[in-house]
Each structure stands twice: as structure tokens, then as C-alpha cells.
Design a protein around this ligand. Structure first.
Ligand code: HPA
Length: 279
């Protein structure tokens, strides 16, 4: 990991991002466009202008970071993310989490699109991630101990914070949006899984599968950031449905679910703002 990259990236952001710790960070998956509601946008930067992050090579990942006020709290949203399978190493993958850490963020909500392994999770299902299985054998924390990234052997028994996941559940309840809970299996991609792999992940206890999220959540949790994860099931995983698997199908379903997810994220921020007032 080239740590100098993070310093350069932070220096490329306007100072507004570092004026005060954001109450919440968001790292959003495919197809969010301008779905988020802001009361006031304070600053916005394209990924292409952030050294070490760069424009995403994946269709549907917008690639900008915005600092805005919503429900009276400061929020920093990363629209789109970089993936391990893009071949650019770990730096761009964990960059949003690292920049949020440098801003002093304490709460992080991460969203993604995922294939449904649990037969009850049809396309359009929203799932709060309760835990993950890293199937890849890869880990962004491999390397020298980095100051600020926690200890050599970080505890991962609660990567997805029960309290923050509760805030998400409360938000879903307030909107009467059904929210399932489940375990997310992380694969390296870029291939979709084989049916045999999906059967293996099902036997391991996975409910959904995807090619993102786990690296940044691993880092964020090691750094002591409270994390919640939200998956949108876009398709049945390989061998479960009979449909062809392709990125277009994933994007199409994401697009359909984004307005509901955006409402949920907004209610989550509202709930978090309430918690801040009470604190
Ligand atoms: N597999 C892996 N990643 C995914 C899938 C899938 O079926 N759907 C959306 N992202």
C-alpha cells in the first residue's frame, strides 16, 4: 500500500471537507446518480480530480464526492467506488474509507448491489449486512502496520455495528420498507460466480454475494468507525435463477430500487441526526 497516495488525495480536497468531522459518511454503489437529497451542498469534487482515486472504469459508478448538510448534520457521500477487480491495487478501493477516517468520521453507511443466495431474497430485496465472508484470501490490511489503522490483528467480530444497523432498521421501519438481514460474501470478481461456488457460499451461511464493500468495511472497522451495510439484491445468484447474469441486469434492477434506497438513506440520516441531538 502506497500511503503517500492518501496524503496527496486528501490535499486535493477543498479544506471544507476537514473543517469539522462529518456526522456520517456514505459510500454508494452503482446507479445512484443524483438520488440523494441535500439541504445545502458545501463542496463537490470529481474522482478524476483526486490523485490515487481516479475515475471508475465501471459503467454506472458516477465518481464524485460531496460534502453536504442534511437534517442539520454534515454528510460526506462518495458516489461510486473503485473495485479490486479493476486492477488498480488497494489504494483506490479503500480511498473513500481512508479519506473519511482523515475527516474524523465516526459513522459510515455503505451500499452495494448483490446477488441473492438466500432463496427468499428476490431481486429488489433490501438487506442490512450483519456480517461478511471474505472468500478471496485478499486483505487490504496486509502490509506494515499503519498508524491510525488500528492494531496488527484487528477484531472483526462486529464489523457491522449493531447500534448503527439498528438505526438503519429503525429508519426502514419508520417508512414501512421491508429490510432483511443477512451475510454478504465478498468475491474478487470480475467474473460472476459458478453455481458450484454459490452452493459452497450458501453452505458457509452467505445470503448474498458481491464484488465490493468488504475491503473498505474491514479498514473502517479496524479504525474504530461504526459501519452499517445495505445491499440491494439485483439478481438471483448463479444457479439459483435461470436468468443470464450480466452487469446490465444488475444496473437495471439497481435503477429500479434506488429511489427506495435513497428514501431509506435519508431516513437513516434523519434518525442519526436525532441521535446526535440526544447525545
Ligand atoms: N455476483 C457478484 N456480484 C454481484 C452480483 C452477483 O450475482 N449481483 C450484483 N453484484
Amino acid at each position: 500500500m502506497k500511503l503517500s497516495v492518501f496524503k496527496k488525495a486528501a490535499a486535493a480536497l477543498p479544506e471544507d471537507f476537514f473543517d469539522a468531522p462529518p456526522a456520517c459518511g456514505l459510500i454508494l454503489g452503482s446507479g445512484w446518480g443524483n438520488a440523494l437529497t441535500a439541504d445545502r451542498v458545501l463542496a463537490e469534487v470529481d474522482y478524476a480530480d483526486i490523485p490515487g482515486l481516479g475515475a471508475s472504469t465501471v459503467v454506472g459508478h458516477a465518481g464524485k464526492v460531496s460534502l453536504y448538510i442534511r437534517h442539520g448534520i454534515r454528510v460526506v457521500a462518495f458516489h461510486g467506488r473503485r473495485h479490486w477487480y479493476e486492477g488498480g491495487g488497494w489504494e483506490p478501493v479503500v480511498m473513500p474509507a481512508e479519506l473519511l477516517r482523515r475527516m474524523g468520521v465516526k459513522n459510515l453507511l455503505v451500499t452495494n448491489a448483490a446477488g441473492g443466495i438466500n432463496g427468499k431474497f428476490r431481486p429488489g430485496t433490501l438487506m442490512a449486512i450483519t456480517d461478511h465472508i471474505n472468500t478471496t484470501g485478499l486483505n487490504p490490511l496486509v502490509g506494515p502496520v499503519v498508524p491510525g489503522w488500528g492494531e496488527r490483528f484487528p477484531d472483526q467480530s462486529e464489523v457491522y455495528d449493531t447500534g448503527l444497523t439498528g438505526v438503519l432498521a429503525q429508519a426502514a421501519k419508520s417508512l414501512r420498507i421491508p429490510l432483511k438481514r443477512g451475510i454478504y460474501a465478498f468475491t474478487s470478481g470480475p467474473v460472476f460466480e459458478t453455481p458450484a461456488e454459490i452452493r459452497a457460499y450458501a453452505a458457509m451461511g452467505a445470503d448474498a454475494v458481491g464484488m465490493s464493500t468488504v475491503p473498505e468495511c474491514t479498514l473502517a472497522s479496524a479504525c474504530g468507525i461504526r459501519v452499517a451495510g445495505l445491499s440491494c439484491i439485483t439478481n438471483m445468484a448463479a444457479g439459483i435463477g435461470n436468468r443470464h447474469l450480466g452487469h446490465e441486469e444488475v444496473l437495471e434492477q439497481s435503477k429500479k430500487t434506488t429511489p427506495v434506497m435513497a428514501k431509506l438513506v435519508d431516513a437513516f440520516l434523519q434518525q442519526l441526526a436525532l441521535d446526535f441531538q440526544l447525545a
